[in-house]
Design a binder for this molecule. Structure first.
Ligand code: AMP
Length: 283
């Protein structure tokens, strides 16, 4: 596996792969890799013959400095896992490389209401940071396919919008969420939970399934209220949101028409760690 730190060298390697007619698959990550990330690598290897993963904890997408400082870093293990998974290259840029004008000089993407709802409402600026880093990484890698996890469903929509806004036609491959046997979505942030916290955190997915099972055409506000109460009862410190949103554009669907496909999405704190998850209901 080739380890690349500089954009110039990365571009040279990618050019060579293009000359060899290889199909390039790209997976942006923030490291602290788990089976969810490695599933993205496997899916990329099924479709592409040159797979590159980036590892970069992007400062501009953290609205909370504590969260940024505490983000787990396990680089040696990550490199070992990527090598074992058959990944061809890893890109480890530093901040000067990705943000030559500094992290205070961001491009602004007109993302519309997508950046003010759900994650956007609770993490102001988050999706501008995500759009900036993914756009910059794509300029560097110029892949044939971009692989993303459905665990971050809103992020997938934001990236699709950013691509449309910047006239980029890279196809997105959205991979279903990998879960622990308890149902808990695998996440780098799970590494910050105690053994008890990990067990309790499975309640987040349970609450989403509870909403999914009991969804009714019409007003589901009472159901959401009940599911939030269950989360607190299960040991979550607080709930940022538990929502029903249209699959098509993530607009609010708590008043459900009984037909449209919807995501049920949640974000809640366990032991001070913010966890997110979602499940899709296709009526
Ligand atoms: P992150 O390192 O958290 O930024 O995630 C990098 C990519 O992996 C994103 O596209 C995530 O949506 C995806 N991902 C994270 N967790 C999972 C999971 N449990 N299952 C599938 N994909 C995931």
């Amino acid at each position: 596996m080739i380890i690349l730190k500089k954009i110039a060298l990365l571009k040279a390697v990618i050019s060579q792969e293009r000359v060899a007619n290889n199909i390039i698959g790209f997976i942006p990550t923030m490291g602290a890799l788990h089976e969810g990330h490695l599933t993205l690598v496997k899916k990329a290897l099924d479709k592409c013959n040159f797979v590159i993963v980036s590892i970069y904890v992007n400062p501009t997408q953290f609205n909370n400095q504590e969260d940024f400082k505490k983000y787990p870093i396990t680089l040696e293990e990550d490199l070992l896992n990527l090598t074992r998974a058959g990944c061809h290259a890893v890109f480890l840029p530093d901040t000067d490389e990705l943000y030559p004008d500094g992290i205070g000089n961001l491009v602004h993407y007109p993302l519309g209401f997508l950046e003010t709802i759900l994650e956007g409402e609770h993490r102001p600026g988050h999706f501008q940071g995500v759009s900036n880093v993914v756009d910059r990484l794509l300029q560097a890698v110029n892949p044939d396919y971009l692989f993303l996890g459905e665990k971050d469903a809103q992020q997938c929509k934001v990236i699709a919008k950013m691509l449309a806004l910047t006239n980029q036609t890279i196809p997105l491959e959205i991979i279903p969420t990998m879960r622990a046997s308890s149902g808990l979505a695998l996440s780098s942030r799970n590494k910050r939970l105690s053994a008890i916290g990990l067990t309790k955190a499975a309640a987040l997915y349970e609450s989403l399934l509870f909403v999914k099972k009991n969804l009714i055409p019409g007003d589901n506000n009472k159901l959401i209220h009940e599911a939030k109460a269950q989360l607190i009862q299960a040991g979550f410190d607080s709930v940022d949101y538990l929502a029903i949103a249209k699959e098509a554009d993530l607009s609010d669907a708590v008043i459900w028409d009984g037909k449209e496909a919807v995501y049920i999405l949640g974000a809640a704190y366990m032991e001070g760690v913010r966890l997110i998850d979602n499940t899709l209901f296709v009526g």
